[in-house]
Design a binder for this molecule. Structure first.
Ligand code: IFM
Length: 444
């Protein structure tokens, strides 16, 4: 039996585009995901977030579920195009939705953990160059400052960005996420401007706004292992680590980009003059915590055919419905590495969970044994890490609800609560019931 302290935060997480729906309500204008999901071939089955879980209209019902689970905190993100439907045009109605949500959570004793950016860039900002245009930092600051102004009183913690790797490399280099570009030069510019906007927002919040609540950033991280001891496979693992992890960790915690990756990228990037003097000082500004989204690890081997000189290797370990290996013990390696090489700040696991093809039984039950096991195993590792003094301050299950899983549409169910997308009825899966029990007992 492992114990969690009474200060430890148990939560669940979601994001605006994935659950809200109401794409045309409350003065919202399209984001890049509205455009992308309408582009043939980009999202499975042509699914869109137009309705999603209709959370915008079912907020009360969803808060009731959170109450039932007994979570300490609920993590959600703010849709930028609800707040600024056009450049410079503030929309109070959009803000009212988040004010009500955060206020209601507080009334129910649930701490709102707010993410400013979880990938729904307004389409107007994209048309002005999006994350490739350095001016995006100013637009982001307009958005961030009004959120601080209007919500700080009720928000418990702020995160600037969720998974900048996805918003830059997956979106501008691999083309799998919106806006679907395939250009490394653009991706590295986008990543730089995302990190810069993070630094600018933290600086503003702390220096000019009083910085009363903890603020940080959330990275998707995973340890990287080579398929063999060969020099080539070791190089592959190093490159994968640079591409996924170090490209974000190094500037944030060391104030520099990794030189080996700059050299590797220079084949595709003409110059780095978009990185201006002072940028890295701002990017590496001290935060209050590090958010980590952990799902799996990377196992790679050398590939001369790939730009980054690596490709995924095969393992016969159990996999989630995303095809990701279930490897909870590797969270241990990741956290030890973060502690040794990067930071002493409190770490929050801001997302962890698994998609599986659930079955809704006639009696309304969903016996998601594999997800329950996945969450339990990861909670065990978190408890172990805390026994070893690793200061993991909280754990958020991804996700509260089945929702729009980006390029996979509604085909992948990550929720601990089942959503029937025809009726919008919610059903607590067994994993939700088990999670509620763990929270209640504060032990596993
Ligand atoms: O659904 C996503 C989420 O938006 C960001 N982190 C990973 C999740 C599962 O793929």
């Amino acid at each position: 039996m492992k114990q969690f302290t009474k200060e430890f935060i148990f939560g669940t997480a979601t994001s605006s585009y994935q659950i809200e729906g109401a794409a045309f309500e409350g003065g919202r204008t399209p984001s890049i995901w509205d455009t992308f999901s309408r582009t043939p071939g980009k999202v499975l089955n042509g699914d869109t977030g137009d309705i999603a879980c209709d959370h915008y209209n079912r907020m009360e019902e969803d808060i009731t579920i959170l109450k039932q689970l007994g979570v300490d905190s609920y993590r959600f993100s703010i849709a930028w195009p609800r707040i600024f439907p056009q450049q410079g045009q503030y929309n109070e109605e959009g803000m009212a939705f988040y004010k009500k949500l955060a206020t209601r959570l507080v009334e129910e004793g649930i701490q709102p953990a707010v993410t400013l950016y979880h990938w729904d860039l307004p389409q107007w900002a994209y048309e002005l160059g999006g994350w490739i245009n350095r001016d995006v930092v100013t637009w982001f600051m307009d958005f961030a400052s009004v959120c601080f102004q209007e919500l700080d009183e009720v928000v418990s913690m702020w995160t600037t960005h969720n998974e900048p790797w996805c918003a830059s490399l997956l979106s501008y280099h691999q083309g799998i996420h919106a806006p679907g570009h395939t250009n490394l030069d653009e991706a590295i510019r986008a990543a730089h401007h995302i990190l810069l906007s993070h630094g600018a927002a933290v600086h503003f919040y702390k220096e000019q706004f009083g910085g009363k609540k903890p603020i940080g950033i959330v990275l998707n991280l995973g340890p990287t292992y080579a398929m063999s001891e060969s020099i080539n496979d070791q190089l592959a693992a190093n490159n994968c680590d640079g591409y996924l992890n170090r490209w974000f960790l190094d500037p944030l915690f060391k104030g520099e980009y990794p030189t080996d990756m700059m050299n590797l990228y220079s084949k595709f990037i003409h110059n780095y003059d978009f990185m201006e003097d002072g940028d890295l000082d701002l990017i590496s500004i001290e935060c209050d915590f590090l958010g980590v989204n952990f799902y799996s690890r990377s196992l790679v081997e050398f590939s001369g055919a790939s730009e980054m000189l690596y490709k995924g290797g095969y393992s016969d370990l159990p996999k989630t419905g995303m095809g990701w290996d279930v490897v909870p013990e590797t969270l241990h390696d990741l956290i030890y590495r973060l502690r040794e090489e990067y930071t002493d700040l409190p770490i929050y696991i801001m997302e962890n969970g698994a998609a599986y093809p659930d079955v809704l039984e006639e009696d309304g039950q969903v016996h998601d044994i594999q997800r329950t096991d996945y969450v339990e195993k990861h909670l065990h590792v978190v408890a172990d890490l805390n026994e070893q003094g690793m200061n993991i301050a909280g754990y958020y299950v991804w996700s509260l609800l089945d929702n729009f899983e980006w390029a996979f549409g509604y085909s992948k169910r990550f929720g601990i609560v089942y959503v029937d997308f025809e009726t919008q009825k919610r059903y607590l899966k067994d994993s939700a019931k088990r999670y509620a029990e763990v929270i209640q007992q504060r032990s596993i």
